[in-house]
Design a binder for this molecule. Structure first.
Ligand SMILES: NC(=O)c1ccc[n+]([C@@H]2O[C@H](COP(=O)([O-])OP(=O)(O)OC[C@H]3O[C@@H](n4cnc5c(N)ncnc54)[C@H](O)[C@@H]3O)[C@@H](O)[C@H]2O)c1
Length: 257
């Protein structure tokens, strides 16, 4: 039976709502993940650069956080601790990320740093902040990081060397975390989306570029944020209890072509 609804009963008492931190909760895949998780019964806290600390519809509260900044991550997790009365998250889905469309020859050190600092370093900072709490609580947990099929496929049409490298780093990082934290019952997995219809995706504005992108996708269409969110929440849930250190592509078959 599916456990994606994610309430748990710890020994005959009333069901415990499982706690999920979602980064990038103000847009795209993060927003869809937070909304779906709430609908499935999770207690959700969002973290996003664009958040203002207020509740955004339903019960979702999102705290402002710059995930490139160690102090900001620490402060945001102190607010998470306060909101949940010191209880650790059961799961983290880290969706915040940035993309810059730039040829390798035009990529500056500043471009590289901006992209890698969020996509790669931010992944470590937020995953470690969540895992420290999970380890202290001693109940295990799940960390899901967002990579991209750009980690394994070059793209002549829309190159972004910094982005591709940063998303490759996410896969390597997740494998390391899976092994390091596995003995504490913490699973770390990666979702690698293809081209998803979110504000990050710039191709839909140019009809010719859009047609070219569609030709490369066996499904013949872009994915939706909700389709990615469902896989993130599968990995966050106990349905994926024996899934650790793996990468799941959600790309309509693009990486197989
Ligand atoms: N959309 C796609 O086609 C696609 C494809 C492959 C991978 N991905 C990955 O999926 C994830 C989600 O992408 P999306 O399409 O939902 O993007 P999006 O642009 O819609 O949302 C990204 C969110 O990250 C937040 N953010 C940006 N910088 C931040 C920072 N320094 N600290 C905290 N939050 C910050 C933004 O405010 C925004 O809410 C990203 O990691 C992205 O690289 C997306």
């Amino acid at each position: 039976m599916s456990d994606m609804s994610n309430t748990g009963d710890k020994g005959g008492g009333s069901p415990v709502r499982r706690r999920l931190v979602v980064t990038g909760s103000h847009s795209g895949i993060g927003r869809a993940t937070a909304a779906l998780a709430e609908a499935l019964g999770w207690s959700v806290i969002g973290l996003d650069l664009a958040a203002d600390g207020r509740r955004v519809g339903g019960e979702l509260i999102a705290f402002p956080c710059d995930l490139t900044d160690e102090h900001s991550v620490r402060e945001a997790f102190e607010k998470v601790d306060e909101e949940w009365g010191g209880h650790a998250p059961h799961a983290l889905v880290h969706c915040a990320g940035i993309y810059r469309f730039k040829a390798a020859t035009g990529t500056t050190a500043a471009d590289w740093d901006a992209v890698v600092n969020l996509n790669a370093r931010g992944s470590l900072l937020v995953a470690a902040a969540a895992a420290r709490r999970m380890i202290d609580a001693g109940e295990g947990g799940s960390v899901t990081l967002l990579s991209s099929i750009a980690a394994v496929r070059g793209d002549a049409g829309e190159p972004s060397a910094a982005y591709s490298a940063s998303k490759g780093a996410v896969v390597s990082l997740a494998r390391q975390l899976a092994v390091e934290w596995g003995p504490d019952g913490i699973r770390c997995n990666v979702v690698a989306p293809g081209v998803i219809d979110t504000p990050m995706t710039t191709v839909s504005g140019d009809p010719e570029a859009f047609a070219q992108v569609l030709r490369r996708i066996p499904a013949g269409r872009l994915g939706t944020a909700d389709e990615v969110a469902r896989v993130c929440l599968f990995l966050a849930s106990q349905d994926a209890a024996y899934v650790n250190g793996t990468v799941i592509a959600v790309d309509g078959g693009q990486s197989a072509s």
